[in-house]
Design a protein around this ligand. Structure first.
Ligand code: AMP
Length: 187
């Protein structure tokens, strides 16, 4: 199963991806986690993207696409994966589709986690993991970026008939139950 887990910042993608990963035993590829790990380890990539993440802006498409395609070569992704935080722009979505179609495959499902804006802001502000981009000002930038550059990706996959809308409001387990209902139909 190849799944895109989509939604605005604070929608709970990381939390739900972890649950999907353990329940279905599939790999989880989170571009934001990869960038944060590289920043922490002070790699070349980390140095290149640090100021972009700190500002709440997007890393250039080419950098992200190269990273994801390289990462997908690992054996752990062979039997399926959850993409979390990617694709985040139309060019990224097109690059992913092209890559997958060159391998005679495609995304099975695109899950959109829907959460009202005020709840997103409250959730991010109460998140306790000390992210440098979790301040009110950065959250505003990230939501703006989401609306302008990322939200169109939803329509891109709607046109392909891949989208399932799921309410991302409620307890973590309630939301996971909704996701399971949808994924169990695809498995
Ligand atoms: P996330 O953990 O998904 O919220 O991502 C944190 C930050 O990493 C974002 O605000 C961007 O700066 C960067 N990032 C993660 N994924 C992407 C992507 N697909 N395209 C561009 N930038 C990304």
């Amino acid at each position: 199963m190849k799944l895109i887990l989509f939604g605005p910042p604070g929608a709970g993608k990381g939390t739900q991806a972890d649950k999907i990963k353990s329940h279905y035993n599939i790999a989880h590829l989170a571009t934001g986690n990869i960038f944060r790990r590289n920043i922490k380890n002070k790699t070349n990539l980390g140095q290149k993207v640090k100021s972009i993440l700190d500002a709440g802006k997007l890393v250039p498409d080419e950098t992200v696409v190269d990273l994801v395609i390289d990462e997908l070569q690992h054996q752990k992704y062979e039997s399926g994966y959850i993409l979390d935080g990617f694709p985040r722009t139309i060019p990224q979505a097109e690059a992913l589709d092209d890559y997958l179609s060159s391998k005679d495959t495609s995304i099975d499902l695109f899950v959109n986690l829907e959460v009202p804006e005020q709840e997103l802001i409250n959730r991010i502000l109460s998140r306790a993991d000390g992210r440098s981009d979790d301040t009110p000002e950065k959250i505003k930038t990230r939501l703006d970026v989401y609306h302008k550059q990322t939200a169109p990706v939803l329509n891109h996959y709607k046109k392909q008939g891949k989208v399932k809308e799921i309410s991302g409001v409620g307890s973590i387990d309630e939301i996971f139950e909704r996701i399971k209902e949808v994924l169990d139909q695809v498995k």
